[in-house]
Design a protein. Structure first.
Length: 95
């Protein structure tokens, strides 16, 4: 198995509605991209968030499946509008 984790800091002018939209659209990826075996995403409620407002993780069969997810057209389309809204950190590792 292979895990892809991410946390986002939203840029200052991002609204609550936009944040909710980001969560909803990331949740849809599991149904749209076959390589995503499991997916979790939500707004961060930790008091230790250091400004990171959204967190998530996805499970893949292996690193190659995660690579196919990264280049999948649906994921690439999401990045077009998402990246201008966030400051992301990503962590990938085998389990």
């Amino acid at each position: 198995m292979f895990i892809h984790m991410f946390v986002f800091r939203f840029k200052p002018n991002v609204t609550s509605a936009q944040k909710d939209h980001v969560v909803a659209e990331i949740r849809k990826l599991k149904e749209q991209i076959p390589e995503v075996l499991e997916s979790w995403v939500g707004l961060n409620v930790s008091p230790r968030s250091q400004g990171y407002e959204l967190g998530g993780a996805m499970k893949f069969a292996d690193p190659a499946a995660c690579g196919r997810y990264n280049t999948h057209p649906v994921h690439q389309a999401l990045l077009v509008w998402l990246l201008p809204l966030i400051e992301p950190i990503e962590v990938d590792f085998p389990v």
